[in-house]
Design a protein around this ligand. Structure first.
Ligand SMILES: Nc1ncnc2c1ncn2[C@@H]1O[C@H](COP(=O)(O)OP(=O)(O)O)[C@@H](O)[C@H]1O
Ligand SMILES: O=C(CO)[C@@H](O)[C@@H](O)COP(=O)(O)O
Length: 560
């Protein structure tokens, strides 16, 4: 029997899966929380910059080592039968390293220097740099490929921030790497970057490569040579082999030196192969605290507010789009925490139900439209299409008789309408979406919500009934890497069909609800148009938070 390993590095923990490469059975899962956790306030007792989120990169190697050892110990499989491994990582999580790939934070002189550590994807301390780069790229064709905004989460702003804050460290690093690429480079002993991480987070495009030297120089002279210095490294397509294990790592992990290592992939994107998707036209939604939407297509078009469109970004030979809703589960959690009255909490306790279960039970008794309400799902701003973190929510239709479960249902519907906006953006540009596959923490927990999505979108929804889909996606890349070049006929597509998850729970659209949901969606769109262009409304949020309108918003205003 042959096996592959997939490792999924999340924000707080990492997990490895051992998978039968013949049929995709997940034989064993091993998980571990990062020992040093997520550092948001201080490093070694000293405060760090506002909005900076750090991690100790040694934790990633510890998790890699411990989880793989657990897989081997508990299954007793012959390491020689483990043919490949793949790495999925949250992104853009990145770190500076030296020539030997040692993180700079391991050097005596940098143990207290925050910029020498890994910055987690949600580190937003490079906002000033991101806004500056977005302004500089205002007329550049790449900006449209990234929805009009370069995010503070991405590689260039994070690198420019280091150049601005600690020029000596900027000069001292040999590489600035995505953590997923770092792990793959360590494992194989050669520096590589994947088309996925470089494409979505490093402003790399297959046809024209990186941003050119002149534009980089105009952003900051220190950046002019970054792609031959700090950001150098061979770009390898997702689905290809980055090499085999070095003797050191084979020995450390207890694996064979012949184990192939696939090019890395971003965790959300790994859910596409993990969920068995290899064809265009199937929208994958990873639904949790927020939603990430991924779609394969043969065409490249410009869509406002998308996080990126990248050729070979998820599968070789296809364009892959990423779009997003900044809050989904977060909206429900905040409603339950702040707005559900005590009699609901009491009832849920007495009946041994979660508050979600009680609210669902009550909300399900209502007919479509019976709440008499529509809301905007903008509690944490809007990503696609407006890219504006200053937007906030609106409820219309509330009366003296409105009850909590009616508001809850209205919020569930609002998130479905937010997804419909994204689906419509693609369909209006003739990008086909014939099916929707949902993964992530929410879908299995809330069948009622899934039926609302099917009815609002009037499309079949397939829910993937497993927790480890990104890790399974990574394992698929390991399987494809093991066959890369060895067997011309074995493609990533074959690996997905063989190993990708196949057990779906299906939700079919109820035609009866189409008309009334279209009516409610029309109201949602009208509210969106009105409130996205109403300065007084935006002022409310800026008054409350003291924040200025962000650059993304200014960009979208300028192209209206
Ligand atoms: N039954 C439920 N219905 C809808 N949302 C839920 C339910 N239970 C938990 N959630 C939401 O799921 C979110 C967490 O999703 P999960 O995928 O586990 O996390 P993450 O997005 O951090 O990976 C929380 O925002 C929570 O409010
Ligand atoms: O930014 C992306 C995808 O582009 C993700 O890696 C990021 O949202 C992290 O998600 P998780 O916290 O790993 O669920």
């Amino acid at each position: 029997m042959n096996y592959v390993i997939g490792i999924d590095f999340g924000s707080e923990s990492g997990r490895a899966v051992l998978v039968d490469s013949e049929n995709g059975d997940i034989i064993k899962v091993a998980e571990m929380t990062y020992p040093n956790g997520v550092l948001t306030k201080s490093l070694n007792g000293k405060p760090i910059k506002a909005n900076m989120v750090l991690q100790n990169p040694n934790d990633y190697v510890e998790v890699l080592n411990a989880t793989i050892k657990t897989l081997l110990k508990e299954t007793k499989v012959d390491p020689n039968n483990i043919k490949g491994m793949g790495v999925a990582f949250t992104s853009c999580t990145c770190l500076p390293v030296d020539q030997q790939l040692t993180p700079l934070c391991n050097k005596e002189m940098y143990v207290d220097q925050p910029h020498a550590f890994a910055k987690l994807w949600k580190s937003h301390s490079a906002e000033k740099e991101a806004q500056f780069i977005t302004e500089k790229l205002a007329d550049h064709p790449y900006l449209g490929k990234y929805g009009g905004v370069i995010s503070s989460e991405w590689l260039l702003p994070k690198l420019l921030e280091i150049s601005n804050d600690t020029p000596a460290l900027f000069e001292n690093m040999d590489y600035f790497l995505e953590a997923g690429d770092w792990i793959v480079s360590l494992l194989t002993g050669k520096v590589s970057r994947s088309t996925c991480s470089a494409g979505y987070k490093g402003t790399w495009q297959k046809k024209d490569g990186y941003l050119d030297k002149e534009i980089l120089h105009s952003i900051h002279p220190s950046l002019a040579d970054v792609y031959t210095r700090q950001l150098k490294g061979e770009i390898i397509s997702v689905g290809c082999s980055a090499g085999t294990l070095t003797p050191y790592f084979a020995n450390l992990l207890g694996l064979s030196e012949n184990t192939a290592v696939g090019a890395s992939i971003i965790d959300a994107h790994a859910a596409v192969p993990g969920a068995g998707i290899y064809k265009p036209g199937i929208l994958q939604i990873v639904m949790g605290t927020s939603s990430c939407h991924l779609l394969l297509s043969e065409q490249e078009i410009t869509i406002p507010g998308i996080s990126g469109v990248v050729e070979d970004g998820i599968l070789p030979g296809l364009y892959a789009y990423e779009a997003g809703q900044v809050a989904v589960g977060d909206i429900f959690a905040s409603f339950i925490k702040n707005q559900v009255p005590t009699n609901y909490i009491q009832e849920s306790n007495e009946r041994n139900l979660t508050v979600f279960q009680l609210l669902n039970e009550k909300a399900e008794t209502l007919d479509v439209g019976e709440t008499g309400m529509v809301a905007l799902d903008w509690h944490n701003g809007n990503r696609t299409p407006y890219v504006n973190s200053n937007f906030s929510s609106v409820f219309v239709g509330e009366t003296l008789q409105t009850e909590a479960h009616e508001k809850y249902r209205t919020l569930l519907e609002a998130t479905a309408f937010g997804t419909k906006v994204i689906v419509d953006l693609f369909e209006e540009k003739n990008i086909d979406i014939h099916q929707i596959v949902v993964t992530g923490g929410i879908p299995k927990k809330n069948p009622f919500l899934m039926q609302i999505y099917a009815d609002v979108l009037q499309k079949e929804i397939l829910v993937v009934d497993h927790h480890q889909i990104p890790a399974l996606g990574a394992a698929i890349l390991g399987a494809a890497a093991a066959h890369d070049k060895a067997d011309e006929k074995y493609s990533l597509n074959s690996a997905i069909q063989k190993i990708g998850f196949k057990d779906y729970i299906q939700y079919s659209p109820n035609k009866k609800h189409e008309k009334i949901y279209n009516k409610l969606y029309g109201i949602y769109r009208n509210l969106s148009h009105y409130f996205s262009s109403n300065d007084d409304f935006l002022t409310l949020h800026t008054l409350k938070t003291g924040r200025e309108m962000n650059n993304g918003a200014k960009f979208m205003e300028s192209i209206k």
